[in-house]
Ligand binder design. Structure first.
Ligand code: NAG
Ligand code: NAG
Ligand code: NAG
Ligand code: NAG
Ligand code: NAG
Ligand code: NAG
Length: 646
């Protein structure tokens, strides 16, 4: 198992959130706290507290002013109108040193860290007589005033909000709340600003709230901290603890940026690494799976004994200019075929469609069947390739393409010249296919059923010699005695499929012969096999059509008119009758391929074919039982919904 990177992300995220805030906390003040504070001349850290004004043995404490500020500036607002919010808590302890006590202490927000020149006494270190009331002061204070210095002061124990002035906007006496600022007791002050509303709580009691836009009177970067002063009347002005936390709307120059940037970069990199890792892992899994699948495919191919060459994908990409469109020869049964060049030889490379699982089966079928075979009328499989889930087959190149384009010439649709074949060529093609099929059925170690004989699967070489190809549906049958291959799916091409295919759901030698018969009729008549969309409609088929000619005793009238009657009449007759015999509805009456060859070579006469096309009867009876009626026709047949026609 891989360790989840999630915890690291969380830690970083928390870090990110923290550093994007302006936050600090002094639970108390000890020596090194001074490093984080700007302490004015008369301020110091002593007795674990900030002494905002002097607290010295012997020295005079009169008429002093001091400031103690946090040494980083806080971004209070941005030119886009955003205003920061903040929340600060501190503990004050102020003790009168003269009977009256004076003058007071304030929490200040200021652009200038230095103490105004003459801000002792009544000025509380906030402003002086020169800057009082002017924007130049740039300071906002929450004062804790312990002495009524003039008529402007409410009393000697009040809180007020001061903006660029020593006079408060809304002074509130704490006497009514029972608090005494200069009484020497700890005063817990909680001050909050949400961008509009400033509130002050003393010992958890809300004593003051005021709507104020701090961005009007303050610069955008401010110091926060305390100021205090004494006059002839003196007091000890202590801050014992302080925490501050604010949303940092853009961070402080060279400080926060770094701390935002580093985690961001690290986080991004981690995510990238993690994503890469995931991809790599998936790739590994796929590789493994592919490796296993390749293993299977190789095993199956190797088990078949002789193996065609195994190609590298790289080689085949090179051979076809990376499967360029201009090398595309066509799109067939289960893939696209490209022309390629390998060792100065033209080859045809079929790229099996990745989508279908059928593709893989067909690929194995093709390599294991055709790869073992060697016959002049079979398309030669040179090699194969299975890499990166690409299945590829390499064949010898057939310059004249497939037979269908020669025999089904669509004058209207074809922009190319419409080739046609002469009688001699047609006969040679039929013989070639017959020899190939005879070889498959009887001539090799294991019986091979092609299962998809049709014009588009017959390739023509430069001499118009027929070569049977596309073994995607082919199946080997163990042992010669067996004649069929059971399939779950019904495979083949409508129009070429024997009627019983739909009932027996299996391929047999006879179903191959039937397809061959259809092919023969097509080649001689130059006509498509029939209505391809309705598999069951045999009335529309070439077989039915020709049988009518045969019945009327003028079978040669069906011969392709494009030959202009340039054919040998009795040869044509024999071939057509042979074709009909192969298309006999009863599989038992179909000749085997060796008999077909004998007829084609003239050694034997074509089998007898009844004048009337026999009805399709099932179960088909061997010749001696044929008079008995076991017909199961039309509506009695279970309809097939699961046709895998191609
Ligand atoms: C600090 O105290 C000295 C006297 O010790 C005084 O002269 C000076 O003005 C004070 N500074 C401030 C900023 O109050
Ligand atoms: C502080 O003030 C109170 C009265 O307000 C007085 O009783 C007390 O003596 C003063 N303390 C000192 C040290 O003068
Ligand atoms: C300070 O300035 C304010 C105006 O903002 C004014 O009302 C007040 O009298 C001034 N105080 C002193 C002591 O000069
Ligand atoms: C402040 O507290 C002292 C005692 O510590 C008391 O004598 C004095 O009256 C109090 N002042 C006010 C304004 O409450
Ligand atoms: C400001 O906040 C305080 C405390 O939450 C609240 O009582 C007061 O009504 C608020 N003032 C305004 C104007 O929203
Ligand atoms: C402060 O005390 C001195 C003498 O010690 C005196 O001259 C001065 O007027 C007093 N100031 C105030 C504001 O009371």
């Amino acid at each position: 198992m891989c360790p989840s990177p999630l915890p690291y992300f969380l830690i970083l995220a928390v870090l990110l959130v923290q550093v994007s805030c302006f936050h600090f906390n002094f639970p108390n003040f000890q020596g090194d706290a001074a490093n984080q504070l700007i302490l004015s001349k008369n301020s110091s850290i002593a007795l674990d507290a900030i002494q905002v004004t002097l607290d010295v043995n012997g020295a005079s404490m009169q008429n002093r002013a001091g400031r103690a500020l946090y040494n980083k500036r806080f971004s209070l607002w941005k030119s886009n109108g955003a205003i920061a919010s903040f929340d600060t808590t501190f503990v004050l302890n102020i003790l009168n040193q003269t009977s009256a006590g004076g003058e007071g202490l304030a929490f200040i927000i200021t652009g200038d860290s230095s103490v105004p020149d003459n801000s002792e006494g009544r000025w509380l270190g906030i402003v002086d007589s020169r800057t009082n009331g002017s924007r130049e002061a740039g300071v906002v204070a929450v004062e804790f005033d312990t002495r009524k210095s003039d008529d402007g002061d409410l009393d000697g124990n009040h809180v007020g909000l001061n903006i660029n002035s020593i006079n408060s906007i809304s002074p509130v006496s704490l006497t009514g709340f029972g608090f005494n600022i200069s009484g020497g007791l700890d005063l817990l002050v909680h001050l909050q600003y949400d961008g509009e509303n400033l509130t002050v709580r003393v010992n958890d009691v809300l004593v003051l709230s005021q709507l104020v836009d701090l961005s009007i009177s303050l610069p955008n970067k401010v110091f926060v901290g305390f100021s205090a002063s004494t006059s002839n009347e003196t007091q000890l002005n202590c801050v014992k603890s302080w925490s501050f936390s604010g949303t940092d709307i853009d961070g402080d120059d060279n400080f926060s940026w770094v701390w935002i940037l580093i985690p961001t970069v690290v986080l991004t990199m981690l995510i990238i690494v993690f994503v890469i890792y995931l991809y790599w892992r998936r790739g590994r899994i796929e590789d493994d799976m592919e490796g296993a699948a390749r293993g299977n495919i190789e095993d199956e191919i190797n088990r078949s004994g002789f193996g065609p060459k195994k190609f590298r994908l790289k080689e085949l990409k090179q051979a076809t200019a990376n499967f360029s469109r201009k090398n595309k020869l066509g799109k067939g049964g289960f893939g696209t075929v490209y022309k390629g060049s390998w060792m100065n030889k033209d080859v045809a490379i079929k790229k099996v469609s990745k989508k279908s699982n059928q593709g893989k089966q067909e690929f194995i079928a093709e390599v294991t069947t055709i790869g073992n075979l060697n016959h002049k009328n079979l398309v030669k499989l040179i090699g194969w390739c299975y890499e990166r889930s690409e299945l590829l087959l390499v064949y010898e190149y057939m310059p004249n393409g497939s037979l269908d384009k020669f025999i089904f010439c669509n004058h209207k649709a074809s922009t190319e010249e419409c080739w046609t074949l002469n009688w001699e060529q047609r006969l040679t093609i039929i013989r070639g296919v017959a020899q190939a099929l005879e070889y498959l059925h009887n001539g090799c170690q294991k019986r091979v059923l092609h299962r998809d004989i049709k014009a588009s699967n017959i390739m023509l070489d430069s001499e118009y010699i027929a070569k049977l190809g596309d073994f995607g549906l082919a199946r080997t049958v163990e042992g010669k005695e067996k004649t069929h291959h059971s399939t779950i799916e019904i495979a083949g091409t409508p129009g070429y499929m024997a009627p019983e295919t739909f009932l027996i759901s299996r391929a047999t030698v006879e179903t191959d012969v039937y397809s061959f018969g259809v092919l023969v009729l097509e080649v001689v008549c130059g006509r498509k096999p029939g209505n391809q969309s309705e598999q069951n409609n045999y009335n529309n088929s070439i077989v039915n059509w020709l049988w009518e000619f045969y019945k009327n005793g003028k079978i040669t009238a069906a011969v392709d008119s494009r030959m202009d009657a340039n054919f040998v009449k009795n040869e044509a007759e024999r071939v057509l009758i042979l074709g009909l015999a192969c298309c006999h509805p009863n599989p038992h009456y179909r000749p085997c391929m060796s008999s077909v060859l004998q007829v084609l070579s003239g050694e034997a006469d074509p089998p007898d074919v009844p004048q009337e096309r026999p009805s399709f009867v099932w179960p088909a009876m061997p010749p001696s039982f044929s008079q008995m009626d076991y017909s199961l026709r039309g509506s009695q047949l279970t309809p097939f919904t699961d046709l895998t026609g191609r």
